[in-house]
Structure formats: C-alpha cells, structure tokens
Design a protein around this ligand. Structure first.
Ligand code: ZN
Ligand code: FE
Length: 252
C-alpha cells in the first residue's frame, strides 16, 4: 500500500482544497473545486496531473471551478446527483477506487441534502466537506438538526485515528464557541491555545484527528455530562442537545 502524498492549499477567503497523489501510479485526486486557478496552480506547483475530482456538495465555493478544471485536465468527476457535469454520480454506501485505494462514500446531509463525504480507510483520511470541521460543524441550510446529528454519528463511528479534513478554516471562531458550552474542558482549553498559535503563524488547523474532535468538539459531544449540565438538559436526547448546541452557535 503506497501512502498517498497529501497537499492542502487555501482558496477564496477560508476554503481548503486537497490534492491526493500516488507517486507509483501518477494518479492525483482533488477534493472540491471552488476556484479553478488556485487548483490549477496547486497542481502545477506539485507537478501533478489531475485524474479524479471528488465533489462534496453543490455550493459554489466547492464546485464553481469544476468545468474549467475538467477542460484543462480531463479528470473524471465524482459527485452527488444534481450537479451538472459530474461524470459518475455516487451516493451513500458506494465505493470506488482511487489509485489502488478504496474510497467509501458517506451521505451526510444537514448542511445541504446532497452532502457527500469521502473516506479512505487504508489511508485513515476522511474528507468531511461542510459537515464536520475542526471543532465545529456545518450550518443547517437544507437539513434539520436531527438529520445533521444522524450524519455526524456516521463520522463519530469511523476509527478514531482518522484524519478529518473539513473544507473551511473556521477553527478560531469554533474554539471560542466551544469554550462557551464546555468551559471547563482542559483538553479544549489547551487546543484553543494551540489553535491561536497556529493561526498567529498563518498555519492551518486542518486536518485534525477524530480522537481529538471526540474529546473537544461540542457538536460531537451532546452526551457529555458537563455540557448537558451547562445547558440544563440532563435528561434530553443526544439529538435534542445537539440541536440546542447548533442553535446557540447560530446566535453566538
Ligand atoms: Zn457549503
Ligand atoms: Fe463551503
């Protein structure tokens, strides 16, 4: 099993694109395509030719560059139903091959209903789009809290050593909010400091380990006794506690 080279690059104001490259087969995949010129210059910088483009959802900051990238690279485009120009429509439970690696497709609706996440078990990589961010989760534009909680539960059950690649650098704001609902969490306090240091140096806080998210991301922790006590929701369901945390973040 060849370990894939991973190259993450920023685009627009706070998005991340990711390139995955297998040096033995010379195949390269990219997750999302919001900005063609940023993507094409990342490929040029590495000297890699794009063969696979994996789209998470229909928002412009994830797909606006797809047609230009297709015309310049002739990559094969995988993505959800409903996006014009996708070569292979995929959905939850589907699997396909990238350069000898199984890519498992997870359907994680909530932010949008078409949201797909891509999990590469052999490489311990998960591309979580606008579903799961470092210390945060996506806003509920199309789905409700119950739908999003069900989606996050799929990610919670991945192996805890999985690297989580969310699509945005929202982490400092997420950390401030997380501390407001989980103020006595020592690991969260430490992480918030590390995040401030990284951002002061203009370094990314993405990816993060799922094991760290499980201990510090409040959206994955509606079962936590301290969070429940602060919200005065000791006897509520996880789904109801999640809904309250999401609502507070919207108004934070
Ligand atoms: Zn989005
Ligand atoms: Fe986005």
């Amino acid at each position: 099993m060849t370990t894939l080279d991973v190259f993450q690059f920023p685009y627009m104001s706070d998005n991340y694109g990711v390139l995955l490259h297998n040096k033995d087969t010379s195949e390269t995949a990219m997750i999302d395509a919001g900005d063609a010129s940023a993507a094409l210059s990342a490929l040029k910088q590495r000297g890699w030719s794009l063969t696979h483009l994996l789209l998470t959802h229909h928002h412009a900051d994830h797909i606006a560059g797809m047609h230009e990238i297709k015309s310049k690279t002739n990559c094969k485009i995988y993505g959800p139903e409903g996006i014009d120009g996708v070569d292979e429509v995929v959905g939850g439970g589907d699997r396909f091959d990238f350069a000898g690696n199984e890519v498992q497709v997870l359907h994680t609706p909530g932010h949008t209903m078409d949201m797909l996440n891509f999990y590469l078990p052999d490489q311990s990589l998960a591309f979580t789009g606008d579903t799961l961010f470092t210390l945060g989760c996506g806003r509920l534009f199309e789905g409700d809290a119950a739908t999003m909680w069900n989606s996050l539960s799929k990610l919670i059950s991945l192996p805890s050593d999985t690297w989580i690649y969310g699509s945005h650098e929202y982490t400092q704001a997420n950390a401030k909010f997380a501390l407001s609902v989980d103020p006595n969490n020592k690991l969260l306090q430490q992480r918030a400091e590390q995040i401030d240091t990284l951002r002061a140096d203009n370094k990314p806080t993405v990816p993060s380990k799922l094991s760290d998210e499980l201990k510090t991301n409040p959206f994955l922790r509606p079962d936590d006794a301290d969070i429940r006590a602060l919200l005065n929701m000791q006897d509520a369901t996880d789904e109801a506690v999640f809904a309250e945390i999401r609502k507070r973040k919207d108004n934070f």
